[in-house]
Design a protein around this ligand. Structure first.
Ligand SMILES: [Zn+2]
Length: 113
């Protein structure tokens, strides 16, 4: 399952950060997930429940922040929000668009003790 490997890498990032700091456990973590990252939030939540067991994140409150996907049309430079990447420009109908937001998948912040 795709989301499980993502969840495990989030745990790894958290553990890496903790090794470099004074804190011993994480009480809160927020994760940014782009709308075009291909990650299903519900599946990620479910996978996180498994991945955090016996780790520094086991008691952490999780917040998943969804970043809307955004494309920029290469023909007319219009910027627009989308749910999937294969969406034509609403102004000129072009399918040649650059992704300018929505690919994010990262640990935004952590609060620890
Ligand atoms: Zn356009």
């Amino acid at each position: 399952m795709h989301e499980l490997s993502i969840a495990m890498s989030i745990v790894e990032i958290a553990e890496e950060n903790i090794r470099q700091s004074e804190i011993s456990s994480v009480s809160e973590i927020s994760i940014e997930v782009g709308g075009l990252s291909g990650v299903v939030e519900e599946a990620l939540e479910f996978a996180m429940d498994e991945a955090v067991k016996n780790t520094v994140l086991k008691d952490a409150k999780r917040t998943i922040i969804r970043i809307p996907g955004k494309l920029k049309c290469l023909a007319c430079f219009h910027e627009f929000e989308v749910e999937d990447i294969f969406t034509p420009c609403p102004v000129c109908g072009s399918f040649e668009n650059d992704v300018i937001a929505g690919k994010e998948l990262r640990v935004k912040s952590m609060i620890g003790e």
